[in-house]
Design a protein. Structure first.
Length: 431
C-alpha cells in the first residue's frame, strides 16, 4: 500500500484516489529561482509564501538542522539541486516533524473524545494510521472520524491522510470490506486495509471456516471472494500481511509502528544521480547524498525513514523499460547503496507515495511506473520484490488493473506478493 497511488488517464497525471496531482508542470516551477524545484506545492501548503525565495528558504532550513556546522552547506546544495528532500511536514515544523503517526483508540471513549485526540494531527496535516480491531463495532466510528476530518478541511490546509485497519478475524470484517461499495472517493480521507495472517489463504484453499473474535464461524472463502470483488470494484481494502492482529502503521502503511509512534520521512531522488555526460549513475554522489540526508534525520527525528522517488524518471533517462532485467539490476544497485548508508546511521528505510515531494522535485513518485511505459502487474511485483529486500518497512505501492483484469488476477497478485515476502498490496482498477 499501500496507500493508493495509481498512474492513470494521462501520462502526466497521478491519481491518488482523492486528489489529482500533476507531475511535471513548468508553468508554476519558478524556474527563475530554481530550475530543479517546483515552489508551488510549498506555497499551496503554506510552508513558504509566494514572495519567499525557495533557495533562501532551503539555506535557512539547512542551517537550522546543522547549526555551526559546514554540513549545512552540503545539505543546502543537495536540497536546492533536487537530489534529496524531506517530507513537507519537516519543512513546515522542524521541531515536531512527524510525517505520520500510528494510534490506537480507546473503546471506552466517545467519538467526540476521539476526535479531540486527533485534532492536533489534523491541524498539522499529519497522517494517522488506526487499527480498529480492538473496537467491538468500528464501522460507525470510522465513518464519524472520517466525516470529522472532512468537516475540518476548510479550516486547515488539507485534512490528514488516514488508514483504517481491521483484522481479518474481526466480527465486522464483511461490513468493513463493503464500507465504500457505494461511496465516492471524494468523501473519504481514510483508506481501508485488512490485516491478513499467514493461515487465512490456506483456509481459503481448504474451503474451511475461520473463527471471528466473537466466536462466530464463517467460511474463509466467503470473506475472500467478497474482498476480491471489492478490490476489483473500488481498489479497497488493501491487504497487509501480518500475524499481529493489532498491527498498526503510518497512514501510508510504509512501516509498522508502535502505538503513538510517529515517523519522519526523507527522500532520495534517484533520477538526479544519472550523469548525462558519462551516461551512468554517479554512485559516489548517491552515497554522499544519502549520508548527508541520514545525518540530517539524526538531528531532527528519533524515528527517521529514508525513501526513494524518481525511479521511473531515472529509467526514462537511461532508456530502460520498467520491470526489465536491466531496470531491476539498476534498482538493486541503487537501493544497496542507499541501504548501506542508512544502516550506518541506524536510519530505517521504506517506500512511501511521495506525492507532494515528487511535485516539488518535478519527478515521478516512489517506484511507480507511468502510463506511457505501462507495466504488467508481474513487472510491478518483480520491482516490489527487489525493493522489499532493502527496506525495513513496507512498500507503499499500488498495482494498476486494466479493465480486462478479473478477481482471478487479483488473487494471483495477492498470492505472489505473500510468497515473495512483500508486506502488503493494494490495487487500483482502471476503467
Amino acid at each position: 500500500m499501500i496507500n493508493s497511488i495509481a498512474i492513470t488517464k494521462t501520462p502526466n497525471v497521478i491519481i491518488n484516489k482523492n486528489r489529482v496531482l500533476p507531475v511535471r508542470n513548468g508553468q508554476d516551477s519558478f524556474e527563475c529561482e530554481n530550475r530543479f524545484l517546483n515552489k508551488k506545492p510549498l506555497v499551496d501548503r503554506k510552508i513558504i509564501s509566494q514572495n519567499q525565495n525557495i533557495n533562501e528558504f532551503l539555506g535557512d532550513f539547512s542551517r537550522k538542522i546543522f547549526p555551526n556546522s559546514n554540513l549545512s552547506n552540503s545539505l543546502s546544495e543537495l536540497l536546492k539541486k533536487g537530489y534529496i528532500s524531506f517530507s513537507s511536514s519537516v519543512y513546515s515544523n522542524i521541531r515536531n516533524p512527524k510525517s505520520a503517526i500510528a494510534i490506537r483508540l480507546d473503546e471506552k471513549k466517545s467519538n467526540v473524545q476521539n476526535c479531540a485526540l486527533l485534532e492536533e494531527y489534523i491541524k498539522q496535516g499529519i497522517g494517522v494510521g488506526i487499527n480498529f480491531s480492538n473496537i467491538a463495532h468500528p464501522i460507525e466510528k470510522i465513518k464519524y472520524i472520517n466525516n470529522y476530518f472532512k468537516y475540518r478541511e476548510p479550516e486547515v490546509n488539507r485534512p490528514p491522510a488516514g488508514i483504517a485497519l481491521l483484522n481479518i478475524n474481526h466480527r465486522d470484517i464483511l461490513d468493513f470490506i463493503s464500507l465504500k461499495d457505494n461511496e465516492s472517493y471524494d468523501d473519504w480521507c481514510f483508506d481501508l486495509s485488512v490485516v491478513m495472517d499467514d493461515e487465512f489463504l490456506s483456509r481459503v484453499d481448504s474451503d474451511s471456516e475461520i473463527t471471528l473474535d466473537d466466536g462466530t464461524k464463517i467460511s474463509a472463502k466467503e470473506i475472500y471472494i467478497k474482498l476480491l470483488n471489492s478490490m476489483r470494484k473500488k481498489g479497497e481494502p488493501a491487504i497487509i500481511f501480518s500475524n499481529d492482529k493489532d498491527f498498526i502503521c503510518d497512514s501510508c502503511a510504509a512501516s509498522k509502528l508502535d502505538e503513538n509512534e510517529g515517523l519522519t520521512l526523507a527522500q532520495v531522488n534517484l533520477s538526479r544521480f544519472y550523469d548525462e555526460k558519462n551516461k551512468k549513475i554517479d554512485y559516489n554522489l548517491l552515497s554522499h547524498a544519502t549520508n548527508i540526508l541520514a545525518l540530517g534525520l539524526e538531528n531532527i527525528a528519533p524515528n527517521g525513514f529514508i525513501s526513494i522517488l524518481g525511479y521511473q524518471d531515472l529509467l526514462n533517462k537511461m532508456g530502460y523499460i520498467y520491470g526489465s532485467k536491466q531496470s531491476l539490476e539498476l534498482l538493486e544497485k541503487c537501493l544497496s547503496t542507499i541501504n548501506y548508508q542508512a544502516i550506518a546511521h541506524n536510519i530505517r528505510t521504506c517506500i512511501s507515495p511521495s506525492g507532494t515531494i515528487s511535485r516539488i522535485l518535478k519527478t515521478t513518485p516512489s517506484i511507480e511506473p507511468v502510463e506511457n511505459e505501462y507495466a504488467t502487474y508481474w513487472n510491478q511485483i518483480d520491482t516490489m520484490t527487489i525493493a522489499q529486500k532493502y527496506f525495513d518497512g513496507g512498500i507503499s505501492k499500488t498495482i494498476n488493473l486494466k479493465p480486462q483484469h478479473t478477481i482471478f488476477d487479483i488473487d494471483l497478485i495477492i498470492r505472489a506478493c505473500q510468497k515473495n515476502g512483500i508486506k502488503g498490496i493494494s490495487v487500483f482498477p482502471i476503467q
